[in-house]
Design a protein around this ligand. Structure first.
Ligand code: 3HC
Length: 308
């Protein structure tokens, strides 16, 4: 049995996924989300081209993938370390890294955008590759908070455009939100579903609404926890312990804010607040803004609400 299908069998639910016609994937952006998406795609047999702005960023992304693959192998191949090593080398062999996005998309079935959460940057990227990528190529964004329809608006392939929202850490979190706009075709939607299932994830269908399902609930929840802290209702540690032990969450909300990045959380809230000023749940939180302005971004900067 091919190693990829062995991993699929071990890692996936028993549901038989629909036929997946996506063979080659281009992931643009080698940050935590992009490298995670590249990893799960390659791990499950896809040829992947990972694109970032320079060699340093690409080197860092491959380092992240190597570390994560070792964790997967330790877990899945406890009894067959040989097969585990083979999975690592076969997965890495399927990932090509480049800095020229126009070159990367010339022959690809799917482009997954995982760059900075900024509409202008996303527009610039998609308009630069729209005329170069083959006609059949599907474009998707992994945006956490922007409108898929607005991102797609600069392209001539709105029927072949949608959202695939993965979660951090991508190799571990089992969900992908599949977002279709009013213009996404049925064929594109089915291919997005099939691809997500082929990379071992469970899918949920979402409309193109702010935050889709998960972030629409999670971002205001985290903000409310920070407001509690701001008011002095409870300590960060007690808020986290309360939600872990009282509600069974794997991480408390303050820990989670540090984990996903305070800048990311604050940025999402600011964007939604600007767009929906009457929605009290989207009101930015002063304490979060203050920490971000001090460069305390959470785990990635060594300090957020906690020190790392
Ligand atoms: N790659 C591969 N495996 C990983 C990994 C990674 N990056 N990170 C963790 N793992 C594996 C570990 O090896 C471990 O495997 P094991 O069970 O065989 O030991 C397992 O996952 C659990 O990891 P740890 O023991 O290190 O730690 P925890 O048990 O505390 O789990 C966690 C860590 C999976 C992050 C868990 O705390 C969790 O689920 N937290 C909530 C995460 C969450 O809510 N994510 C969503 C954020 S929102 C988002 O992403 C949306 C975006 O738009 C902002």
């Amino acid at each position: 049995m091919a190693l990829a299908s062995l991993v699929l069998r071990r890692c996936m639910s028993s549901n038989t996924p629909p036929a997946n016609v996506i063979k080659h994937v281009t992931v643009v952006g080698g940050g935590l989300m992009g490298s995670g998406i590249a990893q799960v795609a390659a791990q499950n047999g896809h040829e992947v081209t990972l694109v970032d702005v320079n060699q340093d960023a690409l080197k860092k992304a491959i380092g992240t993938i190597q570390t994560s693959l070792k964790r997967v192998v330790r877990k899945v191949f406890k009894d067959d370390p040989g097969d585990g090593e083979k999975l690592v080398s076969e997965t890495l062999e399927r990932i090509k890294t480049v800095t020229d996005v126009k070159e990367a998309v010339k022959e690809t079935d799917l482009v997954v955008e995982a760059i900075v959460e900024n509409l202008e940057h996303k527009h610039k990227l998609f308009s630069s590759i729209d005329q170069i990528a083959p006609d059949h190529t599907i474009f998707v964004s992994n945006t956490s908070s922007l409108s898929i329809g607005e991102i797609a608006s600069v392209t001539q392939r709105k029927d072949r455009f949608g959202g695939l929202h993965f979660f951090n850490p991508v190799p571990v979190m089992k969900l992908v939100e599949v977002i279709r706009t009013s213009e996404t075709s049925d064929d594109t939607y089915e291919k997005m579903m099939a691809f997500s299932q082929a990379v071992g994830k469970t899918t949920v269908s979402c409309k193109d609404t702010p935050g889709f399902v998960v972030n629409r609930l999670l971002v205001p929840y985290v903000a409310e926890a920070v407001r509690m802290l701001e008011r002095g209702d409870a300590s960060a540690k007690d808020i986290d312990t309360a939600m872990k032990l009282g509600a069974g969450y794997p991480m408390g909300p303050i820990e989670l804010a540090d984990y996903t990045g305070l800048d990311t959380n604050a940025f999402i809230m600011e964007g939604w607040h600007k767009k929906f000023p009457d929605e009290p749940l989207f009101r930015p939180v002063e304490l979060m803004r203050k920490l971000v302005s001090e460069g305390k971004l959470g785990r990635k900067s060594g300090q957020g609400f906690y020190k790392y």
